[in-house]
Write a protein that binds this ligand. Structure first.
Ligand code: G1P
Length: 297
């Protein structure tokens, strides 16, 4: 089974930095953002490969996940074995690439991985966000297994004035994750999805639950994406193909706390994520506080 990470975007929110460095390679502490997403993508049982949907304009991402033996040997010859191991760890990950050279939307990006996923269920992880404990997709897989291996997405409550930025679901709470008491929009609640709409106006939103960017999808979605027309923003939307999938298959959603994950989608969110990760890393905490100096927020 494979996980797909769309990564062909231009990174316009991070210009000028992303003129020469793909946004996926911006660091959170000493690792690029996309490495956290790849590690998370490999966590659910049965996932043995991550397909990054890249554009040919960003070969640096492939260089990062490729082996550079000369570089590793040079580091080792200089006594930097730990650093060489860290460099090797990224290259040793089971990462392959598909290409989307003409960015036509998230649905189109996922379709570009169709050949790679070969008619099997697959995860999609949006790369602007990562979950340090890597359990979100694991929980989604549990819900899928309980419901005949159907599609499952992660959702979270969002204030009414922000629904137009996201995909929003319609549905009802039908249970909760094992060991969790939840009956509505609380973390751990499980919803049966009855509708999906991409970037609705607040008055058209069927709920306040937005799609967080973690999907477990059945292979039928790839066939639907082949005929999916443009939707919100003139783009081929994954949400629209999922709405069509609902006519044929059941779909469930797990309510998560978005703060379970770290957002890296804007400079401010990325900076906050770096701070959070440093504060939660015992090897960085003291040095981070000292470097930051006295701050009052
Ligand atoms: C995409 C999806 C949307 C989802 C969002 C999460 O939108 O289309 O349904 O809620 O990611 O970040 P985008 O952020 O690409 O506009």
């Amino acid at each position: 089974m494979k996980s797909v990470i769309p990564a062909a975007g231009l990174g316009t929110r991070f210009l000028p930095a992303t003129k020469a460095t793909p946004k996926e390679l911006l660091p959170v502490l000493n690792k690029p953002v996309i490495q956290y997403v790849v590690e998370e993508a490999l966590e659910p049982e049965g996932v043995d490969e991550v397909v990054i949907v890249n554009s040919h304009e960003k070969p640096q991402i492939e260089a990062y996940f490729g082996v550079d033996q000369e570089f590793e040997d040079m580091l080792r010859s200089r006594g930097k074995a730990k650093e060489a191991d860290a460099v090797h760890a990224a290259a040793a990950m089971p990462v392959t690439f598909a290409y989307q050279d003409d960015p036509k939307g998230l649905g189109h990006a996922v379709l570009c991985a169709a050949e790679a996923v070969k008619g099997e269920p697959f995860f999609v992880l949006l790369g602007d966000y990562f979950v340090p404990d890597r359990q979100m997709c694991v929980n989604m897989a549990k819900v899928s297994a309980e419901h005949g291996n159907c599609s499952v997405i992660a959702v979270a409550p969002v204030p009414a004035d922000q629904v137009s930025r996201y995909g929003i679901i319609a549905g009802e709470c039908v249970g909760s994750l094992p060991g969790v008491e939840a009956t509505g929009e609380e973390e751990g609640a499980v919803w049966k999805v009855t509708g999906l709409v991409e970037k609705p106006a607040p008055e058209d939103a069927p709920s306040h639950l937005f799609i967080v960017g973690r999907y477990l999808l059945t292979p039928r979605i790839m066939e639907l994406l082949e005929t999916q027309g443009a939707g919100a923003g003139g783009e081929i939307q994954l949400t629209d193909a999922m709405e069509r999938l609902l006519a044929e298959e059941e779909m469930y959603a797990v309510v998560v706390d978005p703060l379970e994950g770290c957002d890296t989608g804007t400079p401010a969110a990325w900076a906050a994520t770096n701070a959070r990760m440093a504060l939660n890393d015992p090897s960085q905490l003291a040095a981070f506080k000292e470097a930051l100096g006295p701050v009052s927020l």
